[in-house]
Every structure is written in C-alpha cells, then in structure tokens.
Ligand binder design. Structure first.
Ligand SMILES: N[C@@H](CCC(=O)N[C@@H](CS)C(=O)NCC(=O)O)C(=O)O
Length: 213
C-alpha cells in the first residue's frame, strides 16, 4: 500500500496511525507542502485520484481511494485485527458518529484558528470557534465513560486525538477543567502508533517556531 499525506495533515495522520495500529506495511509519501504555500503544487497522484485534490490518498494495487474515513473502512476490511470499530452494532454506530463529529463539527473550528482560516472568518469567527472548541471539550468530558471515547479504543479516538493535538498548537489545548479528557489525551498519545506519527509533526511545527501551549 502507498499512502499520500502531508507533514502536517491531520486527516493523513489519522490514516497513518490506523495503518500502524494494524501493523500494515505501507509506503508513505509526503506531497509538496509548506506553511506559506500550503498544498502547492498539487501532487499528480492526488490530482488524479481525488477530485477534491486533498490528502490522504491510498493506493493499493489497482485500488485508489481518498478520504481518511473511507481509508479507515478499507483498512478494517483488509486487516480486521486488531479491530478499530466496536463489534456491537450500536457501539459501532456511536463510534462512527464520534469520528464524523470530530472531523466535521470539531475540526472546522480548529481550521478557523489557522492563519488562512482566521483570515477567512475574521476576529468574530475566531472568537466563536474558541467558544465552540471549549464547549465541545466540556461535552466530551461529561460523555467519557471508560478509558476511550466509546468504550474500546477506536478510530474515533484517533480522529479526536489528532484534532485536539492541533488545537493544542493554536491555544486551545484540553483545559484543566476537563481532567478525564486530559487523561484520555495522555492515554492515546502514549500509544506507539500515535507517537510514530505525531513526533515528526511536533518536530516540524517546533522547527517553524510553533509550540504547543
Ligand atoms: N474529509 C477529508 C478531508 C481531507 C483534507 O481536508 N485534507 C487536507 C489536508 S489535512 C488537504 O489536502 N487540503 C488541501 C486542499 O484542500 O487544497 C478526509 O477525511 O480525508
């Protein structure tokens, strides 16, 4: 398998972590990316495979797919062990919803704090995003039951860990008022599959003078 991602791609990191969790052997290629130009020029394979011209893209022989959640589904099918979706139907539905919510409800607020996003939404949009992030953390804190978001460790934990990792570099780390969520963050961050992906990202960010709060 070959995964196309970027050195700071939140969505690519999700796919990368899942491959490591499942012990899948894969090649990783970073597409051109810089903090100034972002994803430019677009990689030829990404342009061919994904009409949205975004990473991650996964190529496995004659299969070419895009979107981190689609990649999760494929990985789960080709390498069911260890499972990263719950076995129970309702728990699986909850985990899928939590993963979607992280990507599509929580993360857009993080994007609003990034330089291009902040320029797009303006100071009021940034302030609203900060309020929404903290409200999301508070809800997650009260929703946590066991060690992970939905009981067992799942793709939802991977997604929300990565989104909250980036929040930490944008002044919105999980606050002390959410102790169980803070512990959850340490628990997920201690996994070797997560560290393998996050450590080089932290090095990249630090080398550009960007530090976590
Ligand atoms: N829903 C997609 C989102 C992918 C996405 O937003 N990728 C970003 C990098 S993290 C990207 O390639 N952005 C470049 C662009 O939109 O031009 C997924 O889950 O993979």
């Amino acid at each position: 398998m070959k995964l196309y991602s970027g050195p700071l791609s939140m969505f690519g990191a999700k796919a990368e972590i899942a491959c490591h969790e499942k012990g899948i052997d894969f090649d990783l290629e970073f597409v051109p990316f810089s903090l100034r130009e972002l994803y430019a020029p677009k990689h030829e394979v990404v342009k061919r495979v994904n009409p949205k011209e975004q990473v991650p893209v996964l190529v496995d022989g004659d299969l070419e797919i895009f979107d981190s959640t689609q990649i999760f589904e494929y990985l789960e099918d080709v390498q069911p062990k260890p499972p990263l979706w719950p076995k129970d139907d309702k728990q699986r539905a909850r985990a899928r919803l939590a993963e979607l919510t992280s990507d599509e409800v929580f993360f857009p607020n993080i994007v609003s704090l990034m330089p291009a996003g902040a320029q797009r939404v303006g100071p009021e949009g940034v302030a609203a995003a900060r309020v929404a992030i903290q409200a999301f953390y508070a809800r997650a804190e009260s929703g946590l039951i066991g060690d992970y978001l939905i009981g067992d460790y799942t793709y939802a934990d991977i997604a929300f860990y990565m989104a909250s990792y980036f929040a930490g570099f944008l002044g919105e780390a999980i606050p002390a008022a959410c102790p169980r969520l803070t512990e959850w963050h340490h628990r997920v961050g201690a996994r070797s599959a997560v560290q393998r992906v996050v450590e080089p990202m932290t090095v990249f960010l630090n080398s550009h003078g960007i530090e976590a709060a």
